[in-house]
Design a protein around this ligand. Sequence first.
Ligand SMILES: O=C(O)CCC(=O)C(=O)O
Ligand SMILES: [Fe+2]
Length: 346
Amino acid sequence: MELLSNRPLHASVPDKYVFPPEKRAALLHDAPSSDVALPVVDLQRAYLSDAGRRRLVAEEIIKAGKEFGFFQVVNHGVAEDAVRAFRKASAEFFAMPAEEKLPYCSDDQSKPFRVASSTSYDRNQTRYWRDYLKLRCHPVSDELVGHWPAKPESFRSSLAEFSAQVHELAQTLLLLIAEGLGLDEGFFAGDLSGGDTQMNVNYYPPCPDPSVTLGLLPHCDRHLLTVLSQGDVAGLQASYRGRWLLVRPVPGAFVINFGHQMEIVTNGVLASVEHRALTNSAVARMSVATLIMPKMDCRIGPAPDMVSEENPAKFREFVFREFMAAYDTAAANREDVLEYFRIEQH
Ligand SMILES: O=C(O)CCC(=O)C(=O)O
Ligand SMILES: [Fe+2]
């Protein structure tokens, strides 16, 4: 398998990475958007037991979630050292010689750890300017850790630590979201958030011509909640009212967005928003996305409390496994996927 990261520098963009003009980033309704910034929510207060202050944070999250479907969190409780250590180990993994990565190269999605390049969200012939690790990170067991690479040396321990802390953050966020929506405290606990957690470590090497490539094509995440460390290199854009909003790197922050399952259980209140990644010519960019997901046999549908006469059920009930299959068939196109599950409104 050909990985972009197998070569230290790329002098030009090979044809197979060149997108047709209508798909290129610069031409996708890129109105200047400097006037709008994604909300940054200070979670510090969430750790206080003061119910009144927690309520305020929960409300802030719901407000940001309804408006943008994306927000950033700071003072989130994940230690800086844990983030730094795993990001460093991942960067070292990509920097290893090709033969060290070769045993892990695979397009078999059932593997608990693999490295691959380029496509995953559509079957388009054009390739994305991206290598990625796809791995299962939770629940941690000796068996699972045994699937993770033994090199670089710090990879396994730093991943276990990072994953545990990010999980705690995700649980906190889900509690706050439930509270903010007026749902039972434990609404998201159990099967809805209890599936095997996946992680994407996306690596976008410097690209000689960012104007003709994309790191990731526009897509929505298929899971419940995404907790993303994008580091300090910009590149992520979120769709906002028909244009693309840059998710500006905030030191130490995590970017939070909702997957399709959140949109469905909240009956459309917290929508899953399309996003994409751009490349740049100056430096490599790396993002680490932790995807909280339901158990495969979890029954999913709009929560009864989110359905009313004014807001009738927008989606039918299904089993999560069905959704995963539909997502693959629809190649991650937002409307094509939801089509399978929408209830026609009259
Ligand atoms: O690289 C990024 O910032 C976005 C990554 C992403 O959207 C994903 O892994 O699903
Ligand atoms: Fe994503």
